[in-house]
Design a protein around this ligand. Sequence first.
Ligand code: BDR
Ligand code: CA
Length: 316
Amino acid sequence: MKKKIPVILDGDPGHDDAIAWVMARALEAFDIKAITTVAGNQTLEKTTTNARRISALIGLDVPIAKGRPVPLLGNLITAPNFHGESGLDGPELPEPIRDIEAFSASELMAKTLRESDEPVVIIATGPTTNVASLLLANPELKEKIKCISIMGGGLRGGNWSSAAEFNVIVDPEALDIVMRSGVPVIMSSLDVTEKALCYPEEYERIRKIGNPVADVVAGWFDFFMKHLLSLGWQGATLHDPCAVLTVIYPELFEFKELYVEVELSGQYCRGATIPDYYGSKNKEPNVKVAVDIDREKFIEILVECCRFYSKEKELA
Ligand code: BDR
Ligand code: CA
């Protein structure tokens, strides 16, 4: 049997974070070691409650720790317009089972890295506040990180401001620290995630599966899609699942290796991710940016991941 990849899931669930975690739990390649939460789509308290409920839903019994309630600098921006007041509005979720750890997200990350024999993949689907805190406090642990797969940024612009994508504008300093860390970074930017669409007829396939997880996933799509339709999208943008799949299905993606910097001080463009297309900085690439996706195969994997929870029930 192939060795599983140890993984830490760090996020601010969030509908697409939640779907990313549903997929990560179903994919055999991963051994999920810990969940860490960050403030972003909603306040830290809310994203943490959501994380605990998702864990209960998908039967993922691993340590959960909460991160900083605010970004490294500046005030927290949240996205209730996309994710609702709870940060994960829509279908009812089970009550949390597992308590949170007594220590912080970055400490849980550090503990997980220290205890792992294999290098660990960090999949960060929210602002990268916790990951940056980990790197600042424990530079010696960098070698224990196989890669950091983030959802964030956009080579051609943003979705929160014209220049900046949401996860980056919430905490640009954190992403700057991650990008400069020397740890391999895979970036699922808007360039790819806005192509990772799931159309209504496709999530109807998920509803038809008829297990408790698939039902909830379909309900999340119903909620998420309402706001997206009002913005002119015909399908739901599955930003965060891309950060899961780039790790184990690189063949589904087209990547560009680039030197990318984060705009920190711009008056209008704070949080923009700027690629050095022309090599004028004379720097080695610091990130592998996914720019295109085989959307249909991606949807097949999503549907299969939702089916996994029917098999689980049969085995129980
Ligand atoms: C990102 O912002 C959040 O609203 C989503 O969960 C995703 O991580 C997309 O810009
Ligand atoms: Ca997210």
